[in-house]
Design a protein around this ligand. Structure first.
Ligand code: PLP
Length: 397
């Protein structure tokens, strides 16, 4: 006899819902922000430079350009890659809409290439089939926190001048073959939204080894102007030039100070995420209704998300049923992602439809993101495991 589910009026595993992701804010974060509030600069001041330098050091990358969100980071990267009207950019469907939207911001055309069925990462063979004379860039998404097969993506893009962009919003702190995320692509983009590894409230970063691309993005985040007001003040000059169409995508000093304080604990937090993932792996290996996603042998996973796939042959209900039951147990599950090409905007603008990326579409019906964040206690981890065991047992086919 299985236990009565909370969704059927039984007692929930948790009274207060455990979210799927959450920031960690400690005294040193608060102190860093308060120091900036008492300083001369609230934005475009020295805290931005310090955060960029610390981020470049943490990711072993040469240049880091801070911006106001992960979406702004993607937009800056697409701009730096030179994408414009008539250009195609290959993107996976299994991502947040911002990945593909960034291509549209510059007038480019996103071309969806399907993902690998085991890892849900952009599949190099399917990318190869979508490359055309118009392909200007590829944006690979390190889904859930696992770096993509960048070496293979480079091989398929060949010597055609195709820019490789990593949407690394999930994978800060990860690596592939010992090389840190941030150095694996021509441009790598990060988000500091509170559910990500490190937060600035809202914020983002782009890393690159190319000083010209970095300079382009520094102007892009400041209206396309080649100097900022501190540089002009230092020169005693009012003169500036706007050389490209840019935006106000600046990150504040308040956010930068928070980000720099957070970054110091990144290694510890990634370790914690990995140990939570290991506990989930152990527990789910004996539950036939749930499967963890496959891992690439050379990848060091950063676990922004822990995604399980439901094995529908072992369950009497669909994903919506499992999702509702876990939520009723107080487990804040989520779904990442609705394939981007299935959103009404994409369907009506580009005529995309089911059948375009069958692997992502099939995976979408089976995936559930479980709570995963560094501040989870061992009790929280056990609650998630107990809830998954309870729900899958009650619905076992
Ligand atoms: C979070 C995220 C973004 C957008 O970042 P924001 O900071 O919210 O703008 C883009 N791509 C992926 C894969 C993300 O997870």
């Amino acid at each position: 006899m299985s236990e009565r589910l909370a969704v059927d009026g039984g007692r929930p595993i948790r009274e207060k819902t455990l979210p799927y992701g959450r920031q960690t804010i400690e005294q040193e974060d608060i102190d860093a922000v308060v120091d900036v509030l008492r300083s001369d600069w609230l934005t475009t001041g020295p805290a931005v430079d310090r955060f960029e330098q610390a981020f470049a050091a943490a990711t072993h990358s040469r240049h880091a350009v801070a911006v106001s969100s992960g979406t702004a980071a993607l937009h800056a990267a697409v701009f730096a890659a030179g994408v414009g009207p008539g250009d195609e950019v290959i993107v996976p469907p299994m991502t947040f809409a911002a990945t593909a939207n960034a291509v549209l911001f510059q007038g480019g055309t996103p071309v969806f290439a399907d993902v690998d069925p085991d890892t849900l990462l952009l599949d190099p063979a399917r990318v190869a089939a979508r490359i055309s004379k118009r392909t200007r860039a590829i944006i690979a998404v390190d889904y859930a926190g696992q770096p993509c097969a960048y070496d293979e993506l480079r091989q398929v893009s060949g010597n055609r001048g195709i820019v490789l962009i990593a949407d690394a919003c999930h994978s800060l702190g990860g690596a592939d073959s010992g090389r840190p995320v941030g150095t694996l692509a021509d441009l790598s983009t990060f988000s500091f939204h509170p559910v990500k590894h490190v937060t600035t409230g809202e914020g983002g970063m782009v890393t690159t080894a190319d000083p010209e691309l970095a300079a382009k993005m520094r102007a892009f985040r400041n209206h396309g102007i080649t100097s900022d007001h501190r540089q002009r003040e230092a020169r005693g000059s009012w003169y500036y030039e706007m050389v490209a169409l840019g935006y106000n995508y600046r990150l504040t000093d308040i956010g930068s100070a928070l980000g720099a304080a957070q970054l110091r604990r990144l290694p510890k937090w990634v370790e914690r995420r990995r140990s939570i993932a290991a506990a989930f792996d152990r527990a789910f290996s004996s539950m036939p209704a749930v499967d963890a996603l496959a891992r690439r042998a050379s990848a060091a996973h950063a676990y922004h998300l822990y995604v399980v796939r439901l094995n529908h042959t072992r369950l009497k209900v669909d994903r919506a049923g499992v999702f509702a039951a876990l939520r009723a147990e107080g487990i804040g599950v989520n779904v990442h992602y609705i394939p981007v090409h299935l959103h009404p905007y994409y369907r009506s603008t580009f005529g995309t439809a089911p059948g375009l990326c069958p692997v992502a579409e099939a995976a979408y019906e089976e995936i559930v993101s479980l709570p995963m964040f560094a501040a989870m206690t061992d009790r929280d981890v056990q609650d998630v495991i107990d809830a998954v065991a309870k729900v899958t047992a009650a619905y076992a086919a």
